[in-house]
Design a protein around this ligand. Structure first.
Ligand code: SUG
Length: 452
């Protein structure tokens, strides 16, 4: 197969939006709670994300972005009965409840691992790439994302010969869906078919559990997405997250596990029953003709607390063009003795992982978002790649342009006080309007469509 026709993974990173702030909105996400009310630096956050994308390009990997959503989200506040001009809506809502505006002002769509679940054409029954935008019903601020996500994905993956963008699942506690953050895929190479592992936090129809923090993803949502994407019992398996992990702060499975091709890199406490998961995957691997590598960090050597604070498993695990795999990790992993030792041991071991790269993503990390949270992986063959909206595909020059855009439009200090300020609202809109042109996208934002 020529390298042109090869299926490769393209990462769609969430470009951090101008309203990045620390509002402590995510119960069960330790970093979000402990940094509540700290002053954020949206400019630094966006530039750290851009630096990560540069790093990926330097490794020879394709890189794309998903644009930020419109925040503060005035149409959402208007739907709650606030009225007048957009400035009035924002001000009266803020005077009534700052906490409310914090929810409608969050830049949380930057964590695009939660934007959607993606099934590559090699697995789906019709050869198309399938996307289901995640409804994110578990967290009020995140439940506001799915319709805008659907709009963006539909514009970027518009070609119906190659892509199907499903509507998000219904907003009901039965169907809490957190997208790719609770989804792994194991295969011999991105070219071939594989097995998709859906990991859920709770069975919404099962007996009550003793979870201290929310199990955000439901079994019923995972099953629905698998069905919608044309998967079957051979290429989809479902496993529960362990309550131990959720209660320690692993609000998504990708805080304790990452996969790439034949490798599953995870913590001993990630799953309820790791042995059952391994044997389920191993049986499928035999059918699909590959040898799985299970790389598990034991709880004795790497305490779960260190995993949660360093985000060891929220790394990106990527296949390098020349062969082998690289881990893209947050600097906190290098600064934590147990996690650094485990990475070194992995690099020296008999497995495909050959490199580790440590990146500074402190602004996002302080809200519980590491390298893996910031990207949505989409495996694409050559024809599918050619069908992606080209404006969002990055090269160094475009990243330079984005960095200039950030430096022009973003503040370097942001706290809750600013979210209720109409001047700030206008700034964010000017930024997003300029971005729409830079990315050659249609008008995606409500403020562009309503002409206000
Ligand atoms: O959903 N944090 C996000 C972090 C998402 C990380 N994504 C993955 N693990 N894939 C969340 O908890 C915090 C926002 C605040 O508190 O201001 C927040 O939404």
């Amino acid at each position: 197969m020529s390298s042109e026709s090869k299926t490769v993974e393209m990462n769609f990173d969430g470009l951090v939006g101008p309203s990045h702030n620390y509002a402590g909105l995510s119960y069960g996400n330790i970093a979000s709670s402990s940094n509540k009310r700290n002053v954020a630096n949206p400019k630094a956050a966006a530039l750290q994300g851009i630096a990560k994308m540069r790093h990926m390009l330097d490794l020879g990997l394709p890189q794309a972005i998903l644009p930020p959503q419109e925040r503060p989200y005035v149409p959402g506040l208007r739907a709650l009965g606030f009225n007048g001009t957009d400035a009035n809506v924002l001000q009266t809502a803020f005077a009534k409840s700052r906490a409310l505006v914090a929810n409608y002002g969050s830049a949380s769509c930057m964590w695009t691992a939660n934007a959607a679940t993606v099934t590559p054409g090699a697995d789906s029954s019709d050869g198309r790439v399938h996307f289901t935008p995640a409804n994110l019903t578990a967290m009020p601020h995140r439940a506001l994302e799915d319709q805008q996500t659907r709009r963006a994905l539909s514009a970027i993956f518009a070609d119906r010969d190659h892509f199907t963008v499903h509507p998000p699942l219904a907003h009901t506690p039965l169907l809490g869906d957190e997208g790719a953050a609770n989804h792994n895929r194991l295969c011999g190479s991105h070219d071939g078919a594989g097995v998709e592992v859906f990991v859920y936090g709770r069975d919404a129809l099962g007996p009550k559990t003793n979870l201290k923090f929310p199990g955000r993803q439901t079994l019923q949502a995972s099953e629905a997405v698998a069905r919608l994407h044309g998967l079957n019992d051979t290429n989809a398996v479902l496993h529960p997250q362990s309550a131990t992990a959720i209660n320690a702060g692993a609000f998504h499975n990708d805080v304790v596990c990452v996969s790439n091709e034949s490798v599953l890199f995870f913590h001993e406490n990630a799953f309820d029953d790791p042995n059952a998961l391994e044997s389920d995957v191993a049986r499928r691997a035999e059918i699909f003709g590959f040898r799985p590598h299970f790389i598990m960090a034991g709880a004795d050597a790497v305490p779960l607390q260190d995993v949660i604070s360093s985000y060891l498993f929220n790394s990106q695990l990527v296949t390098l063009p020349a062969g082998g795999m690289a881990l893209i990790l947050p600097t906190q992993v290098e600064e934590t003795a147990s996690t650094k030792a485990f990475v070194d041991q992995t690099l020296a071991g008999d497995n495909p992982i050959t490199q580790a790269h440590y990146l500074d993503l402190r602004q996002s990390m302080a809200n519980g978002g590491g390298p893996a949270c910031l990207r949505l992986r989409v495996a694409l063959d050559a024809k599918q790649r050619a069908a992606v909206h080209p404006g969002v595909i990055m090269d160094h020059k475009k990243l330079d342009i984005l960095a200039t855009w950030v430096n022009t439009h973003y503040r370097d200090r942001l706290s809750l006080n600013h979210l209720g300020d109409p001047k700030f609202l206008q700034e964010t809109r000017d930024a997003l309007d300029a971005l729409t042109r830079l990315l050659d996208l249609p008008n995606l934002y409500d403020f562009q469509r309503s002409g206000t």
